[in-house]
Design a protein. Structure first.
Length: 339
């Protein structure tokens, strides 16, 4: 070896581009770096693809459609762990059995493409990913208050059982209250159900629903747009609403307080041109304020029994046999005919 004053070349530092040289891995990495529902990232991604988006994220320079200041703000919002950490996380995911779906995969739900620039970068799944490839008309979202009443829980169970009995898929968010009751009823009826989570599919949340969510993963499907290991945050819970709305042909709000996050599902569903239903309840119940507002504003159609639900789901579709059956009503007064 020569000894002298010549400069030694510094070893090349690993970059995001080295870790993610293909579209699938690049989208996985993006979901680890960028919070969901980010229109700036979505706009760049749709124009340039994930590999080029990552390259722009770690290099100074012009970004199409952004001023230099806005481009730097975008880069600063990316919470980039080290390349070594990213590589380890990707390896861990690949060994865990959790699957990452991207646009173009056979199980990718094309319905979420309607979200445009806020479509998910990737979807992480645990369970029967093939549920996502079913027609949008086969999926029905049922959501509502966590602190639901016995009335709301009863209606949610009846509706979920009816949807499952018609061989459609019950979509909900795995939370306490209306959503948990909907998953439980679908499973009890031997039907299919999908839980859309605001955290990693490997972290059952809420903890009290660990057994329920594990059961959904065994015979149904857990889905999240944030990677394994991610914890729920307020932003992620709010962002999840658009997925619950986009996946299904119809969304039904059973109970919801005035500030319930389930009202965001109704709002996004209406914006996407999906059908929205709301269940009437006692005018004295705080849990019925949300559905009554949706009905008053004309955002939702009234859904008081399974016949109403059938009409909501079947509108402009080929009728199926089996869904149009009345609720098996409890003793008077009937909880589904309060108004």
């Amino acid at each position: 070896p020569r000894v002298g004053n010549e400069r030694r070349e510094k070893p090349k530092m690993a970059s995001l581009s080295d870790v993610a040289s293909d579209e699938r891995t690049a989208r996985m990495v993006l979901s680890m770096l960028v919070e969901p529902n980010d229109p700036v990232t979505g706009r760049i991604l749709s124009r340039l693809g994930a590999v080029e988006t990552l390259w722009l994220a770690e290099h100074d320079g012009a970004v199409v459609g952004l001023s230099p200041v806005d481009a730097q703000v975008w880069r600063d919002h990316l919470s980039a762990p080290g390349v070594t950490e990213l590589t380890a996380r990707i390896d861990q995911v690949q060994q865990s059995g959790v699957r990452a779906l991207i646009p173009g995969d056979s199980d990718w739900p094309t319905a979420v493409d309607d979200l445009g620039e806020v479509a998910p970068y990737a979807l992480w799944t645990r369970g029967a990913s093939s549920f996502l490839s079913r027609p949008m008309s086969d999926l029905v979202t049922i959501t509502g208050a966590r602190a639901c009443t016995s009335y709301g829980e009863y209606v949610a169970r009846e509706f979920a059982s009816s949807v499952a009995g018609d061989e459609r898929v019950v979509v909900a968010g795995g939370a306490y209250g209306i959503e948990g009751a909907s998953h439980q009823a679908a499973l009890a009826a031997g039907g299919d159900t999908i839980a859309i989570l605001a955290n990693g599919v490997d972290r059952p949340y809420p903890v009290g629903h660990r057994d329920l969510l594990d059961r959904v993963a065994d015979v149904g499907l857990l889905v999240s747009e944030v990677p394994p290991g991610a914890v729920p945050t307020r932003h992620r819970v709010i962002a999840r609403a658009r997925l619950m709305a986009a996946l299904s042909s119809a969304s039904v709000i059973v109970e919801a307080g005035a500030r319930s996050g389930s009202l965001l599902v109704a709002q996004r569903a209406a914006e996407l041109g999906r059908r929205v239903g709301a269940v009437p309840g006692p005018v004295t119940s705080a849990a019925s304020v949300g559905p009554h507002r949706l009905l008053r504003d004309g955002t939702a159609s009234l859904v008081a029994d399974t016949s109403d639900l059938a009409r909501l789901v079947e509108r402009d579709q080929t009728p199926r046999v089996g869904l149009e059956r009345e609720l098996v009503r409890p003793p008077s007064p009937s909880p589904t005919r309060t108004l």
